[in-house]
Design a protein around this ligand. Structure first.
Ligand code: BG6
Length: 464
């Protein structure tokens, strides 16, 4: 077997604006839904609970420290860095007619810094955040007005960065809205399924309109979607479990099906009918949806199981995705089951289904790190996790899957999305900050930093 990854394979890491930048009210930035998390919507208004640590207000202060961080990424040999643009830096309230120049200038500086080291930017238009203004004024993605505002934002950034950014993504983990409607579509958590699917429809139309705009504006540009690759296995080989697994996998694959094929798959007709959901879909929407993506990107952290056994299901409720644990797999400290082979299975499944190039844009292990007396951090557990997953990526490439690259999640420690905490660390680079917001924000290299550097330098040949 060939142990070397293809020469044009892109190696790097992925971050998101709201989890690294901080400076949440600088440069004319408006408040985003993420700035207010882990709080929520109270009586229709989004509010921050007084007294929270305000951990994202500063995050890792990437807004000011990015030159130092990009230099460290370059030292590891990154050829790609995935980040997102904070919509609220460009359109602070969301519904302005023209963009905020200071916000645009910030990303110019960031992309220029990356260019110094020949690091290719991979940019997500919306990573788990939207302007609070759009939530309060229009009800988030529940409203069609938000589609127009998003398209204006997408066109503004495509025009501005067309010569600097050629690789784009529309919405981060677009299928997560089913489980976290506030994070995904700016709706209250208690919204009905019908409301959530209507908002999702609007987001799918917006995604397709962004694809159209990208193809019009960015010469040689490529734009992909972004799915949470939530692969599910049947817990048993009982046909009822297998059927239920098929249905539950379709619940997330549905997003990819629309974004790749340009129309709703047939199975959703029955899905909506069984739930008494009638979507409002215009003729224009149907035409817009025909603008399909160029490649599939996805995150991969874990797999889970499905069963029709109610007792087993009860036990699983309370996990964010309500997945039933797999008895054959170990878990991380946060209960995420570790399944390297699942990545190979998922990649083959996505490639068989779509025949489009894949980009793994998130993968990694959130863990607590210990700083030794000499300042070093021996994170061999992280090395093991990433090594084992990359070996499976190599297998998938050998299987014939077309893969553009790999950006592991959080190459530098950052604020966690689900818990807004710091102690869940993913980085090769340690950041001195704790869950209460104490620390100097100083950066230091972990053991995994040198490991990843070697992996990139050897085009994967150093993997074991
Ligand atoms: C993905 C998100 O769900 O997983 C990231 O796109 C997130 O934003 C990552 O940070 C890991 O999740 P967490 O909750 O450990 O930060």
């Amino acid at each position: 077997m060939n142990t070397r990854f293809p020469d044009n394979f892109l190696w790097g890491g992925a971050v998101a604006a709201n989890q690294v930048e901080g400076a949440h009210q600088q440069g004319g930035k408006g408040l985003s839904t993420s700035d207010l998390q882990p709080n929520g919507i109270f009586g229709g208004r989004v509010e921050r609970v007084p007294g929270d640590a305000g951990i994202k207000d500063v995050a890792i202060d990437f807004y000011h420290r990015f030159p130092e961080d990009i230099k460290l990424f370059a030292e590891m040999g990154f050829t790609v860095l995935r980040t997102s643009i904070a919509w609220t830096r460009i359109f602070p309230q969301g519904d302005e007619q023209s963009p905020n120049e200071e916000g645009l200038a910030f990303y110019d500086r960031l992309f220029d810094e990356m260019a110094k080291y020949q690091i290719t930017p991979l940019v997500t238009l919306s990573h788990y955040e939207m302007p609070v203004g759009l939530v309060e004024q229009y009800g988030g993605w529940g409203s069609r007005t938000t589609i127009d505002c998003f398209e204006r934002y997408a066109r503004a950034v495509f025009s501005r960065y067309q010569h600097k950014v050629k690789h784009w993504l529309t919405f981060n983990e677009i299928n997560m809205s089913l489980h976290a409607p506030y994070t995904g579509v700016g709706l209250a958590e208690e919204s009905s399924e019908a409301e959530i699917y209507q908002a999702i429809h609007h987001q799918l139309v917006a995604s397709a309109r962004a694809v159209k705009a990208c193809h019009q504006i960015v010469k040689d540009g490529q734009i992909g979607n972004m799915l949470l690759g939530g692969l599910l296995y049947p817990l048993s080989c009982r046909p009822a479990d297998v059927m239920e697994t098929l249905q539950q996998n379709r619940e997330w694959l549905f997003f990819g099906d629309v974004q790749v094929r340009g129309y709703y798959p047939a199975y959703m007709r029955r899905f909506f009918a069984d739930r008494n959901i009638t979507l409002e879909v215009s003729e224009q929407d149907k035409q817009d949806l025909q603008h399909t993506i160029d490649y599939i990107s996805f995150s991969y952290y874990m797999t889970g199981c499905v069963t029709t056994n109610e007792e087993e299901n009860q036990k699983a409720r309370g996990n964010i995705l309500s997945m039933v644990p797999n008895p054959h797999l170990a878990s991380s400290d946060w209960g995420w089951q570790i399944d390297p082979e699942g990545l190979r299975i998922l990649m083959n499944m996505l490639y068989d289904r779509y025949q489009k190039p894949l980009f793994i844009v998130e993968n990694g292990l959130g863990a607590k790190d210990k700083v030794e007396a000499d300042g070093s951090i021996q994170d061999d557990y992280r090395i093991q996790y990433l090594n084992d997953h990359l070996v499976q990526v190599r297998e998938a490439i050998e299987d014939g899957v077309e893969v553009m690259g790999y950006t592991c999640w959080g190459p530098i420690d950052l604020v966690s999305a689900s818990k807004a905490e710091f102690s869940k660390r993913y980085g090769f680079i340690y950041v001195d900050r704790d869950d209460q917001g104490n620390g100097t924000l100083a950066r230091s290299r972990k053991q995994s930093f040198y490991w990843y550097q070697q992996v990139i330098r050897s085009h994967g040949e150093s993997l074991k």
